[in-house]
Design a protein around this ligand. Structure first.
Ligand code: ADP
Ligand code: ZN
Length: 220
C-alpha cells in the first residue's frame, strides 16, 4: 500500500499511521517528525525550520520536498509500502511529490482525507502528549499513558509540543484551511481520494479505512 494521509492538525494522521505501520509493515514518513528530529539535533536545517514551526507557519516547499526525496532515495523499505503523513501540505508539494514518486516507480495509490470538526481537533491537540524518545502519541483523556508523564512503550518522558498551544494551533488551522482544497482536488482528479469521518475515535477510523480498502480490493 502506498498512501498519503491528508487532514488538519489533530485529525489523527499520526495515530492512524502508527497503527497501520504495525499491521501492514508500511514505512511511516512524517515531515513533522523529521523536522523535529533535525531541531533536536540542532542541525542547520533544524535551526531554519524551528522558526516556522514555532510560529505555526509552513517550512518552505523546496526544503521539505528535498527531505522527502532524500528519504525515498535512501530508505529501501519504502518499496514495500509507505504512508506519508503531513506531506504534501501545498499544491506545489503535491505536484513535486508526484514527479518524484513516478520517477522511482512508487506512485501513490490512495489519498486518505480525514475530515474532523473544529471542537474535536482542538481537544485532541491541547491534550496531546508525545514521547521524547520514541515519538509514540498519547492523549491526557483519550489515550492516557499507564504512568503519568511516562511512555508505555519505552519509558521515555512525555512532553507537550511547543506548537500545541491555543494561539499556534489557530495559525496552523488557518494555514491548513488555506491550502487544503487544491490538494483534495488534485487527488480527486486522479480518482485516488478516500474520505473518512475523523471525528470517530482511532479504532473506528482504522476499521472504516480497512473496510473501504478491502471493498475496493486494495488489500491483498
Ligand atoms: P500537525 O499535523 O499536528 O500540524 P506536523 O508534525 O505534521 O503537525 O507538523 C508540524 C509543523 O512542521 C507544521 O506546522 C509546519 O511548520 C512543519 N511542517 C510539517 N510538514 C510540513 C510540510 N509538508 N510543509 C511545510 N511545513 C511542514
Ligand atoms: Zn516512548
Amino acid at each position: 500500500m502506498r498512501l498519503v494521509l491528508l487532514g488538519a492538525p489533530g485529525a489523527g494522521k499520526g495515530t492512524l499511521a502508527s497503527s497501520l505501520k504495525n499491521k501492514f509493515g508500511l514505512t511511516h514518513i512524517s515531515t513533522g517528525d523529521i523536522l523535529r528530529e533535525e531541531i533536536k539535533n540542532n542541525t542547520p536545517l533544524g535551526q531554519e525550520a524551528k522558526k516556522y514551526i514555532e510560529s505555526g507557519g509552513l517550512v518552505p516547499d523546496d526544503v521539505v520536498t528535498k527531505l522527502i526525496e532524500h528519504k525515498f532515495l535512501n530508505d529501501k523499505q519504502t518499496e514495500l509500502g509507505y504512508m506519508l503523513d503531513g506531506f504534501p501540505r501545498t499544491k506545489q508539494q503535491a505536484e513535486d511529490l508526484d514527479k518524484i514518486l513516478v520517477n522511482i516507480k512508487l506512485p501513490i495509490e490512495q489519498a486518505i482525507y480525514m475530515e474532523a470538526t473544529l471542537p474535536v481537533i482542538i481537544v485532541r491537540l491541547i491534550g496531546r502528549r508525545v514521547c521524547r524518545d520514541c515519538g509514540e502519541l498519547f492523549h491526557i483523556k483519550n489515550k492516557p499513558s499507564i504512568k503519568e508523564g511516562v511512555c508505555d512503550i519505552c519509558e521515555g518522558e512525555l512532553y507537550q509540543r511547543s506548537d500545541d498551544n491555543e494561539e499556534t494551533i489557530k495559525t496552523r488551522l488557518d494555514v491548513y484551511v488555506k491550502n487544503v482544497t487544491p490538494i483534495i482536488s488534485f487527488y480527486e482528479a486522479q480518482n485516488k481520494l478516500i474520505k473518512l469521518n475523523a471525528d470517530n475515535d482511532s479504532a473506528k477510523l482504522q476499521e472504516n479505512l480497512i473496510r473501504i480498502l478491502n471493498e475496493d480490493k486494495k488489500l491483498d
